[in-house]
Design a protein around this ligand. Structure first.
Ligand code: CMP
Length: 143
């Protein structure tokens, strides 16, 4: 059981002014932010990040969406981080997400779903390194 996960506040949530409220949810749930940046994803970065979905029919739309306006990737730390963060954000489709979850509160639909969370410890490590170098991850800081 790992203690890190990769979160993204996606373009729709940033553009709609939900960044602060989403970060509040994350901190109040006991996660420590070990790295964070605001970036406008390039096509090749978005395609690489979502490579696992490249055969899906929604892949083109997903890349368009993720490159539309800036987003905020974050490396988060907590015991059992992947599972705990997925509980906090709720189901991919906000219509199926539990009350009080980030997606229930801030997502529009299954595509524009406000936030991303890694689905395994293995993918968390890959996804964190997609956005952050070793030097950008805080090791001895507790927020
Ligand atoms: P995420 O958790 O980042 O992982 C893959 C993303 O693809 C997902 O959130 C959604 O933004 C998007 N997605 C998943 N399913 C669909 C779908 N059926 N139609 C359009 N987009 C989808």
């Amino acid at each position: 059981m790992g203690n890190k996960t990769l979160a993204i506040i996606k373009p729709d949530a940033v553009a709609n002014g939900h960044t602060g409220k989403i970060i509040d949810h994350i901190i109040n749930a006991g996660f420590k932010i070990k790295a964070m940046k605001m970036i406008h994803l390039t096509r090749s970065s978005a395609e690489g990040f979502y490579e696992i979905h490249k055969e899906r029919q929604f892949f083109g739309e997903l890349v368009e969406y993720m490159t539309s306006t800036p987003c905020i990737p974050m490396a988060l730390e907590k015991e059992n981080a992947v599972e705990e963060y997925r509980k906090l954000i709720g189901a991919t489709d906000p219509a199926k997400a539990a009350e009080g979850t980030i997606r229930k509160l801030y997502a529009k639909n299954i595509q524009f779903n406000a936030v991303h969370g890694s689905d395994s410890d293995e993918n968390a490590a890959k996804e964190i390194s997609h956005f952050f170098s070793r030097d950008e991850l805080l090791n001895n800081y507790s927020n």
